[in-house]
Design a protein around this ligand. Sequence first.
Ligand code: 5GP
Ligand code: MN
Length: 327
Amino acid sequence: MSNTTFEQIGRVLREHQRFAILSHVRPDGDALGSQLALALSLQQLGKDVRVWNEDGMLEKYSFLPRAELLTKPPSTADDVDVAIALDTAIQNRLGTTFAAIGSTKIWINIDHHRSNPGYGDLVFVDESAPATGEIIFNLIKSQGLPLNHDIAENLYAAISTDTGSFQYPKTSARTFEIAAELVRVGNLDVGQISQQLYENYPRRRLELLRELLRTMRFSECGRVASFSLTLKTAANLTVLPEDNEGLIDHLRAIRGVIVAVFFEELADGKVRISMRSKDEAIDVCAICQKFGGGGHALAAGARVRGSLAEVEAKVLEEIRGVLERKS
Ligand code: 5GP
Ligand code: MN
């Protein structure tokens, strides 16, 4: 998929001055941590860097070093030399940050999603990487770019969150070596970072989980588990979109479950689906691509037009067909 090397990207980074670093809507720890890490490294080189996400910095990641650098995009477009999309499987998931780029000489696309079609001028997509943060680390190391405490902590958070705390199958010996180097170089306090990431949730997140569990259902002899969230419940609990990140793991963690699905009613007449698989033979990226989405083989998503009930029925039927064909 990649049409470029770290050397080519490194040259472009060194030879230009004005950068914009972007990532996907509804960002996760990998998107935000990778953005901040690359931005801080470029700033150390004296570059002029914008760091934008449609949703701005999320409350729960605002502990990340220099989190204040990451903002929502400005309403009037800005001209840059280089625009860099990180962790973003398709260009339209850049959301409103895309329109904030008035002009750019070069688009760089750095990602680890297998569904990434390779948009942009310089494309580096490594689907074996468990996190975009791991690719950014490799880029920084191979090109001798600055790496300090703040950069290390952002990369550590990116990798920790996208590997499910070093649990998911793409976690490799290399991932642990990178984590070790980040801890060493940045003199990181792993316990404290983990507490910020995993033991600092607002109470409403658990209240949300309680409501989701009430809707939990199983099909295909317990191989498929799902739960759903209506707009009404979300409003009653005053939850933020970011509050549900990771709750699907409760479904995936159930013995016998192969596919977990979370259905979330959105205000625009669509339903967001979030899907996880525990079996390499069941590729949820392929399933989500049927509904216009994408992601990874074991973690993917889509936004589908229709009511909650319609989308649930369609998606569960598609999963049933896939399970039937594989068994
Ligand atoms: P999540 O379920 O955590 O929202 O997303 C799981 C993975 O699927 C992420 O890597 C995310 O980038 C990707 N993904 C989620 N929703 C969509 C979507 O609507 N379109 C595409 N192309 N990818 C998605
Ligand atoms: Mn990622």
